[in-house]
Design a protein around this ligand. Sequence first.
Ligand code: SF4
Length: 231
Amino acid sequence: MNDKNLEICEIFSSISGEGLRSGTLATFIRFSGCNMRCSYCDTKYHNEVSYYLDIDYINLNDNLLKKLKNRKFVIITGGEPHCQNHTKLKKLIDWLLKNGTEIIEIETNGKYLDIFIKLLSKYHQEQKVCFSADFKIEYLKDYEYIVSSHLGYEKLNKNDCIKVIVKSIENIEAARKIANRFRNTNVMVSPCYDMLSPTEIAEYIIKNNYQNLRMQVQLHKILWEVNAREK
Ligand code: SF4
């Protein structure tokens, strides 16, 4: 966490491409920076900063805030939103909910999920804020540590989801293990492109009757080019 103004990479409206609200029109706020370096990252430009937002001095004529007013569904993503100043991030969320937003989905890589849930616990309970938290399967060697520690996954509910990107059949098995462990939420598997096809995932889930897994394809990668921006 730092004390700087909020650093925003881009703001745009599009169709939510993944998670429980896939297919819904949303306004995206993509924050800059990330604390991980995933090989399959599809937002490698996330370190760019297009706007600095000083939420402590809100100017209602600010063009940036005009873009965010009266947006029913807002997705806060990255990069990793956790890398921003938490107090300022919370103030932005307060502002959005007072200015027409009904639900905010926070996409996070999950590394500091517990901290996020504590910060936004009231809104989370009121179902005004929900989480879409990755479970990075490549760190599976840490699986036992992750599930036995209080990293926040156990606080997710049916309004949230855990996203698992799978590269192999073994990864689907691991996702099933995660779903068995965190039964209060939804576990969604999606293919790592070029490594496993959606059809292979679907057939494996059907063959094994894995009723606690949901699969998704990243809709935005079907609608637009894989690395398209601001769509
Ligand atoms: S956590 Fe997300 S934004 Fe960060 S490197 Fe991994 S895929 Fe990219």
